[in-house]
Every structure is written in C-alpha cells, then in structure tokens.
Design a protein around this ligand. Structure first.
Ligand SMILES: Cc1ncc(COP(=O)(O)O)c(C=O)c1O
Length: 361
C-alpha cells in the first residue's frame, strides 16, 4: 500500500530524518520527572488491558490534554498508525469523499484510498510558506465530503495554523456536515504560543489523535489515542481494534500513566532541542543558493527545498553514501516538491547539518 517502505535502522547511518524528537533515555526521564519508572513498571499487571484501554491512562490524558473530553471519550491504540487505520475504517466506505492536504504523512491518504474512498488533495505550496490555500480548500469541500483530514503542526513541512484558521476549518466541516479528523501527534511542539485546541474538544464530529512517540519523544512506547465525543463512533473503533492489537501493552500503559502528568516537562525538553537546531539550520542555509527552507512553526522537522539538484532521491542517496546520514526524499510525502525532510529534533546535530548543507555534493 505505501509507496515508500523504510527498513530503519540502516546499519551505521545516523538518523536525521525522524519526525520524533530524540527519544528520551530512562535516566533522562527519571531525572526530569523524579519518578522511579523502573520500579513502577514492576507494578504493571501482566494481563490483557481492556479493549478501550487503561482507565488510569485515559484519566491522565483527559486531565492534562483535553478541556471537554472525558476518559470515556478516549480509546487507546497501539501507536498513531493503528489510530489512523481504525479511524479511517470506522468512517469510510468505497466511494466516500475525503479532503486533505499534501504533502502529508502518507497513511493519511493511502489508508482511505485502499478502502476505495475518493481522496481530494489540496496542495500546500512552499512559495506560500505551506499556508492553507483557502479558495482551493473551500472549493474541494462539498456536501459530498464525508471526512476532512488535517495534521497541524504538520509533518513533513513543520508548518502550523492559527486558532482562527482551525476555527474556519471547523466551521466549513460543520456547514457541510462532515467529520474532521485531526492528527495532533505534534500538538505541544508549536514553536511559539499555546498549543492548538484539540478538535475533539470543539466540534461534535471532530476526532483528535495523539501518541507518545511524537511530541513526547517516546517512540518505544507504542501507545496512541483517538478521542471523540460521539459514543457510537467510539464503539465502532473498539470493534475494529478487536481485530488488530485488541488492547495495549500493560507496560506501555503503566509508563504512560506515570508520564502524562509530567507532559509539560517532556514537551519543553523537546521544544528546546528543536529551537536550538532551528537557529543552526536556518543560519547555515541563509543565502545558500542550493537550498531553501520555509519557516518552520511547529513539530520537529523542516522540508528542505533543493534548488538545483535534479533528483531529491539521488541527493538523499548521495548523503547516505558519502556521510552515512539518512534523510527522506520528498516523494515519500505525496508531493512533487523536490527536497527532503530533515529533523530538528536530534541533539548534537551540528556536524550532521554541516555535512548535509556545506559539503560539496
Ligand atoms: C503525522 C503522523 N501521524 C501519525 C504517525 C504515526 O505515529 P506512530 O509511528 O508512532 O504510530 C506519524 C509517524 O511518523 C506521523 O508523522
């Protein structure tokens, strides 16, 4: 189904493509939170969790991350990838119309297409700093639209939208009676100001998705969540999930329950790394005729435009061969933009940025 498959890690290569900030180590987590996490893992029941997911985790999530949504509005998933699959299968059938933006995280488009849905993509443009082309979006969404899919802060571009932009999207969905699925896995990594509101808090046909891997930098904890105020939709998720993971690992749930109350500290650590790297990368590429970087406003990646290299794929292969650095070519993100996704979330990254941007390719 996916046009790109990644068999990561590539032996001996440094990952400079990741959308998650550098994963926490146990020591770092324990120092930051003052929790004895290893000890607390020993308390985890080694039984199946419930199909909807640990109530302790759902209470922590609703308390920390949502304003209106309660624990019973949340279903846990095994990562956000399962969340996308469950949500898309719960709402779509062959022939249904979906509207979304490109470039994008590929499964946000391909899972819907695999079900036979007609996906209309509205292209964000680097020339407009990846902002929403409102006339095109307003034309794409019609009474036939069943679902709109958004992801802000955005992978791969690092763009984001304002609260009033989000409200405008919600108003349009409301006007046309369609569902709005908001992939919020980078929520809390906005580079300035407060996080965007969660769509599930503000729209009755809104679904929010979060995960431990992205803004919390814990990809080894395979725990995500879907949120809706619609009880029938949530029941539908649980039926689908019963054929997938069934439930989460109780070890992941135990860790998540402990860490979510400390989410502000985790997010701040990640934003600090991103902002330091952002200053280096933008400084290094300023006035460089080979590369162009739009303004990154959120998340932990930037989508670098290649101005003179003919093939983004060849450029990435060259960087891999010469410098043993792995970056992802733009074609992986449903776009004909020519460039690559670069992480801003890796610590001690300066020498890798130098190799990518200043070496003679
Ligand atoms: C926008 C977006 N949504 C969902 C996911 C899936 O997250 P996970 O791999 O933790 O399930 C990713 C992963 O890169 C992503 O970038």
């Amino acid at each position: 189904m996916a046009s790109y498959s990644l068999n990561w890690p590539i032996a001996g290569a440094t990952a400079m493509h990741s959308s998650n900030p550098e994963p926490f180590t146990w020591d770092e987590l324990q120092q930051l939170t003052q929790l004895d996490l290893k000890q607390s893992l020993l308390q985890a029941p080694l039984n199946y969790e419930s199909n909807q997911g640990s109530i302790t985790v759902r209470e922590a999530l609703s308390e920390k991350l949502y304003k209106q949504c309660q624990p019973h509005h949340i279903a846990l998933t095994s990562g956000a990838q399962e969340g996308i699959y469950v949500l898309t299968n719960s709402l779509l059938e062959a022939g249904d119309e979906v509207v979304t933006f490109t470039p994008c995280f590929e499964p946000l488009v391909t899972v819907a297409r695999s079900l036979g849905a007609k996906v209309k993509t509205v292209a964000l443009d680097a020339k407009d700093n990846w902002s929403i082309p409102w006339p095109k979006f307003e034309q794409a969404i019609t009474t036939k639209t069943k679902l709109v899919i958004i992801n802000f802060p955005h992978n791969p571009t690092g763009t984001s939208i304002s609260n009033s932009d989000l409200q405008h999207i919600i108003n349009l969905c409301d006007q046309y009676g369609c569902w709005l699925f908001s992939d919020e896995v980078f929520r809390g990594l906005e580079h300035e100001g407060s996080p965007l509101p969660a769509v599930a808090d503000c729209y009755d046909k809104g679904v929010s998705m979060g995960v431990m891997s992205k803004s919390m930098a814990l990809p080894g904890v395979r725990l995500g969540w879907l949120v809706t105020q619609n009880p029938r939709l949530l029941q539908n998720w649980l039926s689908i999930k019963a054929y997938l993971s069934i439930c989460q690992s109780s070890l992941d749930a135990q860790l998540t329950a402990q860490l979510i109350p400390h989410s502000e500290k985790l997010l701040k650590r990640n934003r600090d790394i991103i902002m330091t790297n952002k200053a280096s990368v933008y400084g290094m590429t300023n006035n460089n005729p080979e590369f162009h970087l739009s303004e990154s406003k959120g998340a932990g990646t930037v989508f670098v435009e290649l101005k003179s290299f003919k093939s983004a794929e060849n450029f990435c292969i060259e960087v891999l061969k010469k410098h043993r650095i792995f970056i992802i070519p733009s074609a992986a993100f449903v776009t004909d933009f020519s460039g690559f996704r670069l992480t801003l979330g890796q610590r001690n990254a300066l020498k890798f940025y130098q190799s990518i941007f200043t070496a003679n390719h």
